[in-house]
Design a protein around this ligand. Structure first.
Ligand SMILES: NC(=O)C1=CN([C@@H]2O[C@H](COP(=O)(O)OP(=O)(O)OC[C@H]3O[C@@H](n4cnc5c(N)ncnc54)[C@H](OP(=O)(O)O)[C@@H]3O)[C@@H](O)[C@H]2O)C=CC1
Ligand SMILES: C[C@H]1O[C@H](OP(=O)(O)OP(=O)(O)OC[C@H]2O[C@@H](n3cnc4c(=O)[nH]c(N)nc43)[C@H](O)[C@@H]2O)[C@@H](O)[C@@H](O)C1=O
Length: 327
């Protein structure tokens, strides 16, 4: 696929630290990590808005914000996000909110005329349920989606296509990154609606403090997942903003996968729970395997740094300090 990237020069983002950056979704897992990374790199003009200040599903409000703030860079980390249960229970919210948020932001970024570069974040769930493993970027739209998250996946695929269309028709330098399953500080630890890793941290912790004999884990334990620490993702986002301009989306993974059973055993050990694991096989497994092929990003010169165990220890500590102690 071709691209309109003739104006792009690698290194221009990191050499423009006074340029105004809008981080959409800065209170979430990814947005907060991107915000921390930009601040630590010395970016001096980072604009953020809470949902109460700016509801990104409201088109007129988003257009007004962009025309008054005139950001030079935009990172779209605002979205309706959740684990397998939330995705299957609230399909309307997952498709509608995500389409609204991303469409409003990308369109307003074009209309305000000041945006030099925009990064849209999708997810590995855009790929077909039975995609070849590891999954290359070219597997997009090559087969049926996983039913538990197809509504969210369709919205995310539309986001990739919107970036491509705005690049082709209008020359907007909009790029897309597809992260694998993420975790880290400021994750969502809701008992049902969260992703597996924070859900298990909470469940094992509560079982430990209540001296419970067992912990229930969903599904069969056999699905494979690839986990990436959110600080690694934030680093990759900055890397792509600085070095990449092109039509095709870019996979961002850690390259290592574990079964849900292995993950559950690891969380149990890190939390220090002494009891048994019980598998609730009435709950869905979802996609059997989704290891991404991140060789394209690696060939550009980026690699992840945080091993799963270290990231898990740090995330458990964050959960105790910031969630448990504040209850
Ligand atoms: N978590 C993961 O494992 C993965 C995440 N991703 C992608 O990364 C991106 C960020 O996800 P993540 O950080 O995990 O999600 P979070 O839910 O942690 O953060 C999303 C942020 O978006 C904000 N937001 C949602 N709706 C609106 C709205 N209508 N107006 C204003 N702000 C809004 C939320 O605000 P509030 O704080 O008010 O809720 C929150 O701060 C998403 O695009 C997601 O698809 C991709 C792969 C895996
Ligand atoms: C990032 C990605 O996240 C979602 O996809 P998912 O990878 O299937 O996400 P998950 O983290 O919720 O589950 C992973 C596996 O873990 C098992 N599992 C065990 N016990 C619990 C548990 O207690 N909670 C959860 N949530 N899962 C559990 C669960 O049954 C499944 O087999 C997408 O909807 C979509 O949002 C998306 O893009």
């Amino acid at each position: 696929m071709g691209s309109l990237d003739s104006d792009f020069s690698a290194g221009s983002f990191l050499s423009d630290k006074s340029g105004k950056v809008f981080v959409a979704g800065h209170l979430g897992l990814v947005g907060s990590a991107v915000h921390r990374r930009l601040a630590s790199l010395g970016f001096t003009d980072i604009v953020v808005k809470s949902r109460t200040e700016l509801d990104l599903t409201r088109q007129a409000a988003v257009e007004e914000f962009f025309s008054s703030e005139k950001p030079r860079y935009v990172i779209v980390a605002a979205a309706k996000v959740g684990g397998i249960h939330a995705n299957s229970t609230y399909p309307a919210d997952f498709i509608a909110c995500n389409l609204q948020i991303q469409t409003n932001i990308i369109d307003a970024a074009l209309k305000c005329g000041s945006v030099k570069k925009l990064l849209f974040l999708g997810s590995s769930c855009i790929y077909p349920k039975m995609a070849p493993q590891p999954i290359p970027e070219s597997a997009l739209l090559s087969g049926p989606l996983e039913p538990t998250n197809e509504w969210y996946a369709v919205a995310k695929i539309a986001g990739i296509k919107m970036c491509q269309a705005y690049r082709l028709q209008h020359g907007l330098d909009a790029i897309s990154a597809m992260p694998t399953n993420l975790y880290g500080p400021r994750d969502n630890f809701h008992p049902e609606n969260s992703h597996v890793l924070p859900a298990l941290i909470r469940r094992f912790h509560e079982a430990k403090v209540n001296d419970a004999k067992e912990v229930v884990v969903w599904g069969t334990g056999s699905p494979l997942r690839e986990f990436l620490h959110v600080d690694d993702l934030a680093d990759a986002c900055v890397f792509l903003m600085d070095r990449y301009s092109g039509l095709e989306h870019v996979n961002v993974g850690s390259g290592s996968e574990v079964t849900i059973k292995e993950l559950a055993e690891l969380v149990k050990e890190v939390v220090g729970f002494q009891g048994e694991l019980v598998w609730d096989k009435t709950k869905p497994d979802g996609t059997p395997r989704k290891l991404m092929d991140s060789s394209r990003l690696a060939s550009m010169g980026w690699t992840p740094k945080v091993p799963l165990r270290d990231g898990l220890v740090e995330t458990y500590k964050w959960y105790v300090e910031n969630v448990v102690k504040k209850q």
